[in-house]
Design a protein around this ligand. Sequence first.
Ligand SMILES: [Ca+2]
Ligand SMILES: [Ca+2]
Ligand SMILES: [Ca+2]
Length: 364
Amino acid sequence: MLLLSLQMTSLGALKCYGKTNDTLTRKCALFCTENDCPSYCICVNDKSQNNACSYLPVIPNNTLQVKETITAGTPILSINSTGSDKWTLALQRSGVVDGSIWNELSSYFKLYKFGNIYEIILNQTPDLEGIFERFAIRLKQLTLILTCKIASNPDQSHSVHLEILPVNEFAPEYKEAILKQNVSENTKIGTVILMLINLTMDRDVNPDGRELGDFGMTNYLFDAMRDGKEYFEMKDFSQGSIVVKKCLDFEALVPMNSTRFYLNVSASDIHGVTTYTTLTINIVDVDDLPPEFYYSGCPVVLDKTAPCHVAYEALLSLNYIGPMTDIVPSLIHARDMDTLNTELEFSLELSAGEKLGISIWLQF
Ligand SMILES: [Ca+2]
Ligand SMILES: [Ca+2]
Ligand SMILES: [Ca+2]
């Protein structure tokens, strides 16, 4: 809690004011005690010793500081009244913030008088997130105007800055409960597939800049076989950009049951509070392979380096028109080598010099 108390200065019969600012007023007050009055002071005779304004306490850099979480009801400045002075408090308006907002912000502070003591008391916790939500401003500092009124002298106004210090109340959060991204198998190496900064937030309001710090990527220990670090990397840690690191081939990944990867990613705020989450990446098949013929009698060869030759034969009368169903050893089957199951269209073409009715050879 920050509470500064007035240091009373005995003024005697002469009261002095600085001509330009409060600091001078304090200096002038010292001269008054010696009945001196330099040229930069205004000196008046006090008819009554009490007929004067009290002085504000010495405030370093003329700036008070309170945390945004300070409890409502906490006093932040105390002034001992001389008895004849009367103090008022207002909020200085500045910047582009409109008047109605200043009126509402003024209600965060109250000046109370308890006996001969004036106290500025926080009427409401100056929660930076709450203020941003209400007024859409990232509040950093306010200026309090304290004015002393006495019967026979001009009003004296003092400006005191009040800095609201941010408190790290929230860890980084992800905007979606489950982060997932589909990536086509033909995505080129070096392509950015996702920027974590677009999917992350930190509820803390930081008037000095970005609250989020760096992003990170570590091993996915829960299922090391599906850790996507072999295929993806984080390039820009300030943006959390995930980049393709290794060629993605859906058809090569299917036999390994590896068309889904997981990345253990993290987001930290500038205070070092870190939140981890799992990014799921699904590799999506694209139509990058042609159809293939297949025959149940051929062995399954995954890398297709060993062709299987099958001869199909059908015997037809010369003038027959219609479906060929008596093909030996079986009907001709073909399929899309992608998993997209694109509809296939068959055609029969003769090589140069061949005559229909002899035989048709198809090669795997
Ligand atoms: Ca934070
Ligand atoms: Ca905060
Ligand atoms: Ca494919």
